[in-house]
Design a protein around this ligand. Structure first.
Ligand code: FAD
Ligand code: SF4
Length: 509
């Protein structure tokens, strides 16, 4: 009887995939830790550890339920460190007469596997990863003939399609979107909850990564790796989120606080992105909480969360497949400044940046608004090359996989796509940062000053960004008012001179 080699990539840990419905000696599952994947970005140590630990647990589970598995650790002498070279010898050594893979989420791997499979002398096949709620091409088809991809209309379509928070064809509470109720500052720390400690020792894997010379960034706590790496741990985290954090999620979704990097965010992105959790089970668990107890949960909390998973997450994936590979080269503002070194060290006097970066180095995590309105905002205001911005986001975050990293970074955050994802650039001065956080009170800089000694860099850079890009932005109906204000400003020249000085000395901020 022939044998089929079936490849499982590190982010394809979906135990409910139909591949695993039958146990058969004819199938040989292959998983591998390879330098090709550890080295394509400068990853956070916790990210490499989380991938390897989750992959090892998944392969052990496959073996326990009776499947044949070859698992290559990074230090296995037979490991060539290349995906395709490993496949070559595994196919040969096992006399396989067919090769199969699940469609990858990344363009890079998709192209590599397609080329490899087409060059094989044995037949090959590929299947869906059975994770996403939409197909790769759905978004492009949905927006066919339209000038822009408007997330809100896609989101409404998803709500209807999956019957989430709906009464027939209408939103169940009469309103689609509670975004306006998702913008409160945290009043004090009394509402904060301790996120569950899922730390586990990963000493051996850590040692192996270090001994093999994989270059990583960031730190690992002495207690070990505090990310869910099994289905059981992922469900535990989902339950904790639904019980303890969901009642506050929407309201404080955009808030930032020095005492707690996670606030009421779920920390589920890693488990979702490696497919230990299915997006529909997450969305349905959240909706059920609200349906059973609308007083405790509140629609604004629940809708705010569902919009992220059912809306943004599927939307970004659709944009990725509609726009890649060209998307990865877009640079609308022709930005070319190098990324300041403090993105890698956290060593800056700007308190908001220092807190967001140091926290990312410590935990491989920052929540959405920290990524968008602190580090992303600064990079855009400072005119940093989007290639360097992308490389940083792709390396540092636990959940960073290109399909969702690049669309958020180059698209939403850097507006390098000229408006495919966002309708206007997400930039702000200190005013917004102070409104949403407690960062400014502990800062070397003065949040109220636009120029002069200790003037907050975000203030002058904000106005200089608009002044520099007038031609590209002035006709945007959502931005016109900014130029009217700029033109009326008495101190305009002083503010722009301050910005020039900061731009010439970015490393010193
Ligand atoms: P929660 O706030 O609890 O949200 C729940 C879930 O919603 C998340 O787990 C995630 O799956 C989904 N979600 C929320 N916002 C988005 C979004 N904008 N796009 C797609 N899914 C979303 N997310 C990643 O998964 N990987 C990335 O590499 C990534 N890079 C980002 C880069 C930038 C510049 C920005 C602005 C955002 C990025 N995001 C990325 C989106 C978002 O910041 C993270 O998904 C979120 O912070 C993960 O934390 P959480 O699980 O606690 O999220
Ligand atoms: Fe950030 Fe400016 Fe506030 Fe300092 S004053 S924390 S640099 S926004």
């Amino acid at each position: 009887m022939g044998k089929t080699v079936r490849l499982i990539l590190g982010d394809q840990l979906n135990g409910f995939h139909s591949w695993f419905n039958t146990v058969s000696n004819e199938n040989l599952y292959v998983m591998m830790e390879i330098r090709q994947e550890t080295d394509y970005a400068h990853h956070h140590i916790q990210k490499v550890l989380a991938f390897f630990t989750a992959m090892r647990s998944f392969s052990n589970w496959l073996k326990e339920v009776g499947h044949n598995v070859i698992y290559l650790t990074l230090d296995d002498p037979k490991n060539t460190q290349s995906l395709t070279n490993n496949l070559d010898w595994i196919i040969k050594e096992n006399g396989a007469d067919k090769f199969e893979y699940q469609l990858p989420d990344e363009f890079r791997l998709d192209a590599q596997l397609e080329k490899y499979a087409k060059g094989l002398v044995i037949p090959y096949g590929f299947v869906d990863s059975e994770h996403f709620l939409t197909q790769r091409s759905d978004l492009k088809r949905f927006f066919y003939g339209k000038k822009t991809y408007l997330m809100e209309s896609f989101y409404r379509h998803m709500r209807k399609n999956f019957d989430i928070l709906m009464d027939g064809q209408n939103p169940t509470t009469g309103k689609w979107n509670y975004d306006a109720e998702n913008r409160s500052k945290l009043p004090d720390t009394s509402l904060l909850r301790n996120h569950p400690d899922q730390s586990k020792s990963v000493d051996e894997t850590y040692e192996m990564i270090a001994t093999n010379g994989v270059a990583t960034i960031g730190k690992l706590s002495e207690k070990g790796l505090n990310w869910p790496v099994t289905r059981k741990e992922s469900i535990e985290l989902l339950k904790f989120f639904c019980e303890e954090l969901l009642p506050f999620f929407g309201k404080y979704q955009d808030a930032m606080h020095t005492d707690d990097p996670f606030l009421f965010h779920s920390k589920l992105s890693f488990a979702l992105n490696v497919k230990l959790l299915h997006p529909l089970e997450v969305v349905q668990a959240v909706e059920e909480k609200w349906r059973n107890n609308p007083e405790r949960y509140g629609i604004a909390q629940v809708e705010g969360f569902i919009r992220q998973v059912l809306g943004w997450r599927e939307y970004m994936r659709g944009v990725y497949w509609a726009e890649m590979p060209d998307f990865s080269k877009l640079n609308y503002f022709a930005h070319k400044a190098p990324l300041p070194k403090y993105y890698w060290t956290g060593d800056t006097r700007m308190n908001c940046m220092s807190k967001a970066i140091n926290q990312s180095l410590e935990s491989a995590y920052a929540h959405h608004i920290q990524r968008l309105m602190i580090t992303g905002n600064f990079a855009l205001l400072a005119g940093i090359d989007p290639d360097e911005v992308d490389a940083w986001y792709l390396g540092i975050y636990i959940d960073a996989i290109e399909w969702v990293e690049i669309t958020n970074t180059r698209g939403m955050s850097q507006y390098a796509d000229g408006g495919i994802v966002g309708t206007k650039p997400y930039v702000s001065s200190a005013n917004y940062i102070d409104k949403m956080s407690n960062y400014c009170s502990g800062c070397h800089y003065n949040k109220s000053k636009k120029f002069g000694e200790k003037a907050c860099p975000f203030n002058s850079l904000y106005w200089s960004f608009y002044a520099r890009n007038r031609e590209k932005l002035e006709n945007n109906p959502r931005i016109g008012f900014v130029y009217r204000t700029l033109d009326r400003m008495n101190d305009r020249e002083k503010i722009l001179a301050q910005a020039d000085e900061y731009l010439a000395n970015l490393e010193k901020l």
